[in-house]
Write a protein that binds this ligand. Structure first.
Ligand SMILES: Nc1nc2c(c(=O)[nH]1)N[C@H]1C(S)=C(S)[C@@H](COP(=O)(O)OP(=O)(O)OC[C@H]3O[C@@H](n4cnc5c(=O)[nH]c(N)nc54)[C@H](O)[C@@H]3O)O[C@H]1N2
Ligand SMILES: Nc1nc2c(c(=O)[nH]1)N[C@H]1C(S)=C(S)[C@@H](COP(=O)(O)OP(=O)(O)OC[C@H]3O[C@@H](n4cnc5c(=O)[nH]c(N)nc54)[C@H](O)[C@@H]3O)O[C@H]1N2
Ligand code: SF4
Ligand SMILES: [Mo]
Length: 738
């Protein structure tokens, strides 16, 4: 018997915890937190253990599938790629590049082969029809930060280990483990904050797990964050509490913001927020008068019609209270690799723009090169030039995760051809003509590309594969092969040779006279590893290919992978060095955002619905795809509708009974759970459920399918600036089932 110990970054959520995994004769025998991990220091949640279930899940696909006569049958990789080469290029030739769309989802960010090679596929397709889960999530925050700081990934986050006041709005890190903020063990860090006399304050329509450990919790009417935040900014000016602190020399647009929020007084917004004007002033005063404080807003503030405005105002508050870019405030990470805010000239740049093209049917503006996921169905359905006729999905399940999945499912069925790069036959991939499964995370190496750009502490960590690879393509090779096929190279192309050729070309372009040295230094590497070595060595801590001999290389980061990874220190002030706005300033008052405030003002006076629905996350679940894993699926049923006792009484709903929840055409049945944690007038139901659709192969999930929240949501409801879907605060009616 051979026992081995391995170290692996958990790929299941943004906390990116370091795991210690024991293997005996090729079988995982234990998964624990790695106490030496520089980022997570031993912390894990129950999902980590389910990595074993995921690896062992008999429903997880091991071979490609091809749909023949309506049924998916196992195929070889050669057959699968041949089928794609036979069917996809002719569609492109006949209908043009826009006719092939691509949709990419959340797990892509946790698989570095997918993340680094997806852009190559998108480029090869040359289509504007690129859709991603970002438009169901965080685009508003990225747009607001992009406009203010000059790059989409330049997003400040609370310096939690040094702050004295943390104001959390529309996030529940105790369940989600953080988002756009890599902060393993939020609970422990919050406790430490409280132990040193600091305060955690939560604003949420539900008294969440995070609110339960907070020093104060305030209910807010769903969707009212823009009003609360604008009134807090208004209060800062009215009370002369504005101070810019360390970034004072770099902020432009303060007067414009003052004027723009002049009408949003606490008194004007209080009723709509479901808060008193006094509370709004008190919250503002506490923020303004605490030396080390930070505001953090997440998905609850994004997935609403004023998502971009709300996200913007979160950081306007951080800036106007002098808390940006100072220890204990809202700070920026400095990642070791792949960060745009560490490359190019520092201090100014091109900034960000949206609307370089628009979606064909709804005219939604492109943001970050993508169109809203909620536009995909109509692009497939609506005849005309550039109609979408074929689709490639990569690790996404929008039939469940996006609003109005029933419409999307119908549209997918009408496609001429669909390919899915996915590990399950699920509600979305059941529509695919060819499914190409990636490897289990335990058989894959890993480096986080995005999350070190958003982490509570600077670090560099790499994971070797835990279990030996099988004889099949890596996910980067799958994507590169697809790219080659659509470029007309055929299914038999040698992807490694193609990768070498592309790398040589890119290196020549990027390094000019130094290209030969770079080629030489990376000659034994391939695929994402080679890209990573270049990114690390040219990054802010890198060895610059020998010019700074003490600097980082991939070899050094790999060498540290058995001992907790490399700690690169606590967050440091980065303004003005990280700014990439054309002005070289923090743009506090981007015209696009100011121009949207009148829409909010008009909405302030519209009548609020009686009953609205919001979402919820549970620590043992993850969006739509982990309900098939035994460790997580056991225990109490989690897809319940939380209803306040007042609402339950007036609607005659009883604990544990089924209720019908409806909105327009959509209607679902969910089990009622009566709870004083809810704000009256607000119902909470988790998303990602509804595993009762035919043709999926999720045997365990199908036993307790749950109700699909997104069946109630309108795919046309979006934040017009970011295109982000409205997933929260949607009007519903609810009645007991006979
Ligand atoms: N109502 C409501 N809807 C929501 C949300 C909400 O809060 N409320 N949240 C939204 C958010 S934040 C997000 S990010 C989206 C997520 O939406 P999606 O990005 O669509 O993510 P999932 O629904 O989790 O689907 C993940 C897919 O990836 C596949 N997969 C898992 N691991 C791998 C792998 O290693 N390789 C490959 N190739 N595939 C893999 C799974 O089988 C599944 O098909 O959902 C959104 N939907
Ligand atoms: N266990 C688990 N962890 C996850 C995921 C998961 O599905 N399960 N998903 C991952 C993903 S993809 C993401 S993006 C992150 C998200 O991470 P978080 O942003 O922390 O997401 P949630 O836990 O849904 O918390 C959102 C909170 O917003 C509140 N809310 C709803 N509407 C409003 C509103 O209008 N205003 C305010 N102020 N609050 C509102 C909800 O009640 C909820 O408590 O979590 C990630 N981590
Ligand atoms: S919090 Fe849980 S799921 Fe997230 S990275 Fe850590 S162990 Fe994995
Ligand atoms: Mo997400």
């Amino acid at each position: 018997m051979t026992d081995t110990t391995h170290y692996r970054i958990c790929p299941l959520c943004e906390a990116c915890c370091g795991l210690e995994i024991k293997v005996q004769d090729g079988v995982v025998t234990s998964i624990k937190g790695d106490a030496r991990d520089v980022l997570s220091q031993g912390y894990i949640c129950p999902k980590a253990v389910a990595l074993k279930d995921l690896h062992d899940d008999p429903d997880r696909l091991r071979t490609p599938l091809i749909k023949r006569n309506g049924r998916h049958v196992a195929a070889t990789w050669t057959q699968a790629f041949a089928e794609i080469a036979r069917r996809l290029p002719p569609l492109q030739a006949q209908h043009g590049r826009q006719a092939v769309a691509v949709a990419v989802g959340n797990p892509t960010v946790h698989k570095y082969g997918l993340l680094t090679y997806f852009p190559k596929l998108a480029r090869a397709l040359g289509t504007r029809n690129v859709f991603s889960a970002s438009s169901l999530d965080q685009v508003p925050k990225q747009l607001a930060c992009g406009l203010m700081f000059g790059h989409w990934m330049t997003v400040p986050l609370p310096d939690i280990t040094r702050t004295q006041l943390l104001l959390v709005i529309g996030a529940n890190p105790l369940a989600s483990n953080g988002s756009m903020w890599t902060v393993p063990d939020f609970r422990g860090k919050a406790k430490d904050l409280q132990a040193r006399g600091g305060r955690l304050v939560v604003i949420d329509p539900r008294c969440t797990e995070t609110a339960a450990v907070a020093d104060a919790h305030h209910f807010i009417r769903p969707g009212a964050d823009v009003f609360l935040l604008a009134a807090m900014v208004n209060t800062l000016f009215a009370r002369q509490w504005v101070r810019l602190g360390a970034v004072a020399d770099w902020v432009s647009g303060v007067d414009a913001v003052q004027q723009a929020v002049a009408a949003f007084t606490p008194e004007a917004v209080a009723a709509r927020c479901g808060m008193t004007a006094d509370t709004i002033v008190e919250l503002t005063g506490e923020l303004a008068h605490t030396e080390r404080a930070a505001v953090y807003g997440r998905i609850g503030t994004c997935t609403q019609t004023f998502g971009t405005l709300a996200s913007w105002l979160v950081d306007v508050l951080n800036i106007l209270t002098g808390h940006l870019d100072v220890p204990g405030g809202a700070m920026f990470t400095k990642a070791a690799a792949f960060a745009s805010n560490t490359s190019g000239a520092s201090g100014s740049g091109r900034g960000v723009a949206t609307g370089r093209h628009h979606s064909r049917v709804s005219g939604a503006p492109e943001v970050m090169g993508e169109l809203p996921m909620t536009c995909l169905a109509e692009e497939i359905e609506t005849p005309g030039t550039d109609q979408v006729r074929a689709l490639i999905t990569v690790a996404t399940n929008p039939v469940i995760s996006a609003p109005n999945g029933a419409r999307l499912a119908q549209a997918l069925e009408a496609l001429d051809f669909m390919v899915s790069v996915d590990i399950y036959l699920n509600e979305t991939t059941r529509h695919a003509d060819v499914v190409l499964p990636g490897v289990s995370p335990l058989q894959d190496e890993h480096f986080d590309v995005s999350f070190p750009q958003l982490s509570w502490r600077n670090h560099a960590r790499y994971s070797r594969p835990v279990l030996p690879a099988e004889d099949r393509p890596s996910e980067w090779q799958i994507l590169l092969k697809l790219a080659a096929i659509v470029q007309g190279h055929g299914a038999d192309v040698d992807v490694n040779a193609l990768d070498d050729a592309q790398f040589a070309q890119d290196t020549q372009r990027q390094f000019g006279a130094q290209a030969a040295a770079v080629m030489d230094a990376t000659q034994n590497l391939r695929g994402p590893q080679r890209l990573l070595d270049v990114a690390l060595r040219t990054g802010p801590y890198g060895d610059a290919f020998g010019l700074k001999p003490d600097g980082l290389t991939l070899a050094k980061v790999i060498a540290a992978s058995g001992s907790g990874g490399m700690d690169l220190g606590e967050l440091q002030p980065r303004v003005p060095e990280l700014l990439r706005t054309p002005s070289g300033k923090i743009e506090l008052a981007p015209p696009l955002l100011l121009a949207d405030l009148p829409r909010a003002w008009a909405d302030l006076h519209s009548k609020a619905p009686d009953l609205v629905i919001i979402g919820r996350r549970d620590v043992r679940s993850n969006n739509s795809w982990m309900h098939n894993l035994p460790t997580l699926a056991k225990g109490p049923f989690r897809c319940t509708a939380l209803v306040h006792p007042f609402d339950a009484a007036r609607l005659h709903l009883t604990e544990g009974a089924l209720a019908r929840i409806s909105n327009g055409a959509g209607s679902i049945e969910a089990q009622v759970q009566i709870s004083t944690d809810m704000m009256p007038g607000v119902v909470s139901l988790p998303h990602g459920w509804g595993h009762d659709l035919p043709g999926a192969q999720l045997s365990l999930a199908a036993q307790r399918p749950g109700a699909n929240l997104n069946a109630l949501l309108d795919d046309q409801a979006r934040d017009p600036l970011s295109g982000n879907a409205v997933l929260s605060g949607v009007a519903i009616s609810m009645m007991a089932m006979a």
